[in-house]
Write a protein that binds this ligand. Structure first.
Ligand code: ZN
Length: 282
């Protein structure tokens, strides 16, 4: 099975070396209820009201397959992190108001274009192994649109971001240039694997039954979305991945700037994902 076929299915989800098949829903508890309500606070403009269906990543970037919400299930006294029931329609939640959703939608075409280009380039070939470095050229690219599509989705998925970084939210919506703060950087890597996920909450904590170990994910957002992995991190509080490229400076350009973009990206293994730091056993 090629990586492309493998990526078509969520076969298994690997967390900290343990594999969990989709199992009975008895006792399953979602990690949160964020994004399940049609009314709430928009992650970009901050207005409370009616929300719209928000696909993260964009629907056209392969985000139309069966997806499941992560949660825990008590199993012999241990809280295991695992996906819940798979449903068609990709990864989406009620996150952005309709106006903001449409504004971010203007940028999505560029993300989809990059995603598709890489997907097709490697779909029938042997993919680079973890630790390798891929050098890629995107001609006639719009890096300012690409990064706004990504950050728009990350702000949608993480309600803590807009209150802390209102100027970045504004710059996404208004297509203004902005210097990203030093404690909020977007890192980009390559990732080829049979599973994919999106997380958007700061510091997801999983505690062991006896509270002897608590794991925090020090990441504001992560898309493990083959062939990309994109993570929004504070470099001061989180180790920077080897080979990851800091693409934050693309926010200094508007979405209209067209140029050739050369990127040098390390290839991640599954054990390097932030999600893999969930601990399931005490
Ligand atoms: Zn809004």
């Amino acid at each position: 099975m090629s990586w492309r076929e493998a990526a078509t299915y969520w076969i298994q989800f690997q967390v900290t070396g343990a594999r969990y098949r989709q199992s009975m829903q008895t006792g399953f508890r979602p990690l949160g209820t964020f994004g399940l309500d049609q009314t709430g606070t928009c992650g970009l403009c901050g207005v409370y009201g009616r929300l719209s269906v928000t696909h993260v990543p964009p629907h056209g970037a392969g985000n139309d397959q069966a997806a499941a919400t992560m949660g825990t299930r008590a199993d012999e006294g241990l809280a295991r992190v695992q996906p819940g029931t798979y449903r068609d329609g990709g990864v989406w939640k009620w996150l952005l108001c309709e106006v903001c959703n449409m504004k971010v939608g203007r940028y999505d075409e560029e993300f989809i274009r990059w995603w598709r280009m890489l997907w097709e380039r490697w779909s029938d070939k042997t993919v680079p192994k973890p630790g390798a470095v891929g050098i890629l050229n995107f001609t006639m690219a719009k890096p300012g649109a690409f990064i706004r599509s990504v950050l728009g989705g990350m702000f949608a998925m993480n309600p803590h971001l807009r209150p802390r970084y209102p100027d970045v939210a504004e710059a996404i919506l208004r297509d203004d240039p902005v210097a990203m703060p030093s404690d909020l950087r977007l890192q980009m890597s390559l990732f080829f694997h049979g599973f994919r996920y999106v997380i958007g909450q700061t510091m997801v904590g999983v505690s062991a039954p006896d509270f002897s170990s608590i794991t925090s994910l020090n990441v504001e957002g992560e898309w493990a979305w083959p062939p990309f992995c994109l993570a929004l991190v504070d470099p001061n509080g989180s180790d920077w991945r080897a080979g990851a490229m800091d693409i934050s400076e693309w926010m200094l350009e508007t979405s209209q700037v067209v140029r050739d973009v050369k990127v040098k990206l390390g290839v991640l293994g599954a054990d390097e994902l932030y999600m893999s730091r969930f601990q399931n056993e005490a």
